[in-house]
Design a protein around this ligand. Sequence first.
Ligand code: SAH
Length: 466
Amino acid sequence: MDDISMKPQQLTITALSEEGEGIGRLDGMAVFIPGALPGETVECHLVEQKKNYARGRLTQILAASPARVSPPCPYFPECGGCQLQHLDYPAQLEAKRVTVQDALERIGGFKGIDVPLTLGMAEPFRYRNNGQYPIRKVNGQVRIGFFKAGSHEVIDIKDCLIQPEINARVVAALKTWIQESGVTTYNPKTQEGMMRHLMIRHSNITGGLMVVLVATVKTLPGEAGLIERLRGAVPEIESLVLNTNTKPGSQVLGPQSRVIYGKERIFGEIDGFKFGISPLSFFQVNTAQTKVLYQKAIEFADLKGSETVFDVYSGIGTISLSLSRKARKVYGIESVRPAVEDAVENARRAGVEHVEFIAGKAEDVMPRLAEQGVRPDVVVLDPPRKGCEPEVLRTLLDMKPEKIIYVSCKPSTLARDLKILCVGGESGLEEPAYRLAAVQPVDLFGETGHVEAIILMTRSGSGDKK
Ligand code: SAH
């Protein structure tokens, strides 16, 4: 190890990882190098070596990519929030396309598929509707910002370029109040101190904000003064919430919330539907691009009106409602009960009656529905990063819907799951059950390494397999 780390290595970067690191090869072994870009020749020190891969620290760029740009944010790359600000936006979209294609070829075993260019944003900055800022004190100075890449040290950040500008006013006002009032801030090592996190969420309907203060206590000293201070600095605040989190660990929100000023919830709009946003409810962070993604889902589903649709991993029911316009019946399946309650309320508000939300794990609910004889024509899967449980995929092979649409935020687990559905041998069937009919990467997270893609699978063969 030591001798490797001492010797600088020279290599050519061929791709970006799912985390936005440059990938090069040394004697066939993949080396991950943060900061290096595809097409570049770089020098690095190996800092970690595993059986199948290594990590390198970039020491010199010998030949820079023409797509390399000067990062607009002064906190880049120290801040762990963005990984690609040194790459111009068209090249980010191309790199994400290649990531999807690579995963499908290498992990999925799909050869010669053509992945189209990533659908990008009109403007890859200021796009987030949700910001979560840890709060700490270092040498008596309050810091509100983001974690340093690969650490739990908080960098004080005045203005984050992927958040709306208004957030900077909330951050500044809160920082001054904490500093002046002497309220303590959380120390994760000792678990002492009050203020832990600031969360800011936006309504794309009113432009108003929900501000959530996460603390270890149920009441803050001088709360009335704080409310006045924040409202004075940011009149756009529609809802101010104190959330109590006493549990050690990295989870931001605790189970209890109390509205200390204004409304219980704000509202977001996607595809003409209104969604209630409360502190704990999930809502896609990039509203504009979520619309683009759902438009693709609608196009891929190509519903005629007679279909039974499953929206598996349905969250607060956003995809379910979009697809309900042209379906006979939609089942939304979601494991987080408060999300299901939100989904039911969102459907009720929209007057949609042919959508049914079922609380439970997809791997339990799907086999149960199959036993009851429910047969979907179209299934949408939108799982978390770890992908689908094998039981979900097995049940799908059993249910044989005409179409499966897979929305994924992690190409490697997507490719692993597609292999089971589309590559004959893996599924235990003589011939592949599904055919990979269309792929489309969509950028939801500009400047970061995160990659989102949507896939259409259709039944292969004539449908007479029983
Ligand atoms: N389709 C929604 C949410 C996608 S996020 C949207 O676009 O807004 C993935 C969702 O899967 C989360 O809501 C999470 O709570 C849910 N989830 C995670 N594991 C699950 C499981 N095993 N069964 C069902 N839902 C699950």
